[in-house]
Design a protein around this ligand. Structure first.
Ligand SMILES: Nc1ncnc2c1ncn2[C@@H]1O[C@H](COP(=O)(O)OP(=O)(O)OP(=O)(O)O)[C@@H](O)[C@H]1O
Ligand SMILES: [Mg+2]
Length: 224
């Protein structure tokens, strides 16, 4: 399936930032690329511009694509299952998996980037985490982490969980956190523990050039 699941070591860590950079870089290489957010919480329909689906839509060059990218949108800035329940709905993993597979099936010669909610084992529904969705999709995974003190433990515990679920980890991106130790030094300290999983660094910038990551992914999980 031509899909890549973008997950993180936690919430607010840089998943959307990295996914938008990846969309731009894949498009620049002539690849077909689309984005899907199975569920988004903290979504204010009267102020949607900074939301994940709006940022993904802008990167895709499809500003009207917000509803298509994220069919399940809830107002409360809480775990998706709790935010949905506050609006009288119960989220279903089956529905999210079916949607993602249908969207991926539409892609020829490219990638559907699926941005999860929160971190690897953050709940998506009352009984399923992002890791369950990754396992059901059987899609390769890109793990996004920060560069703050403590990130190495977060990355390695996330990788243990992903490998236990037999997920293929295509790479790790360390997205520079604010007020963090030196990015390159932190990345170098992490590398010996990664057992060969490629590591990319996204320095603090307006818009990261993800050329190297795009080339790696096209060579390993998708074709232009
Ligand atoms: N390397 C970076 N350079 C500049 N800004 C960054 C970088 N990484 C993250 N940010 C910024 O940090 C904030 C949080 O990042 P982002 O929204 O991508 O996180 P997320 O993991 O997608 O969060 P969520 O869990 O809400 O989906 C955003 O304002 C984003 O633009
Ligand atoms: Mg996000």
């Amino acid at each position: 399936m031509p899909a890549l699941f973008v997950t993180g070591t936690g919430t607010d860590i840089g998943k959307t930032y990295v996914t938008c950079a990846l969309i731009r870089a894949l498009k620049a290489r002539g690849a077909t690329v689309d984005a899907f957010k199975p569920v988004v919480s903290g979504f204010d329909p009267t102020d949607a511009a900074g939301s994940d689906p709006a940022r993904l839509a802008a990167a895709l060059g499809d500003p009207g694509g917000v509803f298509r990218i994220a069919p399940r949108r809830y107002r409360a800035p809480l775990s998706p299952n709790i935010a949905a329940r506050l609006e009288g709905q119960t989220l279903s993993l089956d529905d999210m998996v079916i949607d993602a597979m249908a969207r991926a099936a539409e892609i020829r010669d490219g990638l559907l980037l699926v941005e999860g909610a929160g971190g690897v084992m953050s709940p998506l529904t009352d009984t399923a985490t992002n890791l369950d969705m990754i396992a059901r999709l059987g899609a390769p995974v890109l793990l996004v982490a920060g560069s703050h003190l403590g990130t190495i433990s977060h990355v390695l515990t996330a990788l243990v969980a992903l490998r236990a679920a037999k997920a293929q980890v295509a790479g790790v991106v360390m997205s520079e956190s604010l007020d963090a130790p030196d990015l390159v030094q932190t990345a170098q300290a992490l590398t010996p523990f990664l057992e060969g999983t490629p590591l990319f660094t996204a320095p603090r910038a307006e818009a990261w050039d993800a050329a190297g990551l795009a080339d790696h992914l096209l060579a390993t999980v998708g074709k232009p």
